[in-house]
Ligand binder design. Structure first.
Ligand code: SF4
Length: 240
C-alpha cells in the first residue's frame, strides 16, 4: 500500500475545509489513546456497520471473552452469537479469531505494540495482510490507537464526501481513497490532526452530506464542492 506524500497544492484548500468544519462541529480530540489491538478488533467489527450496532456487538464480545486469547480460540458459531447483528457477520466471525491467531503466530504475542517503531508503509502492509484486515482497518488501527501514526482513517463517509468534493476519484476503494487523501493532506498535519480531520469529515457525512441526501444549502463547504458546482452552473460563473 502506497501512502507516499506528494505536493499537489491542496494545502490552502484543505486548511479552509478544516477551519470551516471546526467552526461547525468543534474540536475532535481524544485523550484516551486506546490499545492498538482493541482498536483493530473494534474496527473489524464496525466495518460497514452503524456505530451503535457495532459498539453493542463489541461490548458483548468483550464481556464474554475478557482476553484476546479467548477470542482467538472462539468458534465461528460462538462469534456469530455475539456479533451476529453487524454487517458481514459471517466473515467477521471467521476472520477476527483468524487474525488474532496469525498475529500470535507471527509476533509471538497478542499485541500490536511492536508496530509502533515501524515505518508507516510497512506497518500498513503488515496489518493489511492479516485475515479480514484491509486498508481501512489498518489505517484506523495505526491512527486511532495510542500509536497515533500519521495516516487517515478513510471510511464510507470520507470516500463519499471526498468524491463529492472532488478530492478522491469516483468509485474509489478504501485503499485508493486513502492514497488520494494522503497525497494531498498538508505536510504539517500530524497524527492528531488527521484523527480530528477524520471525525470532522465523518460528521459532515453523517449530518449534511449523507448517502441518501445532501443538504448543500446548509453545507459549510458548498462553495468549495465540485458536485455542488456541477449542479448549479450559475455558481461556476460567479466563481470565474
Ligand atoms: S455541498 Fe453538498 S455535495 Fe458538496 S459536500 Fe456539501 S452537502 Fe455534500
Amino acid at each position: 500500500m502506497s501512502v507516499q506524500q506528494v505536493n499537489l497544492g491542496f494545502e490552502p484548500y484543505l486548511a479552509t475545509v478544516r477551519r470551516r468544519l471546526l467552526d461547525v462541529f468543534g474540536p475532535q480530540r481524544d485523550a484516551a489513546y486506546a490499545d492498538p489491538l482493541d482498536v483493530m478488533v473494534l474496527a473489524m467489527v464496525s466495518s460497514h456497520t452503524t456505530d451503535d450496532v457495532a459498539a453493542a456487538a463489541y461490548a458483548r464480545l468483550r464481556i464474554r471473552y475478557p482476553s484476546w486469547g479467548d477470542v482467538a480460540r472462539a468458534t465461528t458459531d460462538d462469534m456469530l452469537e455475539l456479533i451476529g447483528t453487524v454487517t458481514h457477520a459471517e466473515s467477521k466471525a471467521l476472520f477476527i479469531p483468524q487474525a488474532l491467531r496469525s498475529l500470535r503466530a507471527c509476533s509471538g504475542h497478542l499485541s500490536l505494540d511492536f508496530l509502533d517503531g515501524w515505518p508507516l508503509h510497512l506497518a500498513l502492509t503488515w496489518l493489511d495482510n492479516l485475515p479480514g484486515v484491509g486498508p481501512k482497518v489498518a489505517a484506523t488501527t495505526l491512527n486511532f490507537s495510542r500509536m497515533r501514526k500519521r495516516v487517515l482513517s478513510v471510511d464510507t463517509h470520507l470516500v463519499r464526501v471526498g468524491e463529492r468534493l472532488g478530492l478522491t476519484p469516483d468509485g474509489s476503494t478504501f485503499g485508493r481513497a486513502l492514497e488520494s487523501y494522503m497525497n494531498i493532506l498538508p505536510n504539517d498535519w500530524d497524527g492528531e490532526d488527521l484523527y480530528e480531520f477524520h471525525w470532522l469529515m465523518k460528521m459532515l457525512g453523517q449530518q449534511v452530506c449523507t448517502a441518501n441526501y445532501t443538504r448543500c444549502a446548509a453545507c459549510p463547504l458548498a462553495d468549495l464542492c465540485q458536485q455542488a458546482r456541477l449542479r448549479e452552473p450559475a455558481n461556476e460563473l460567479q466563481a470565474a
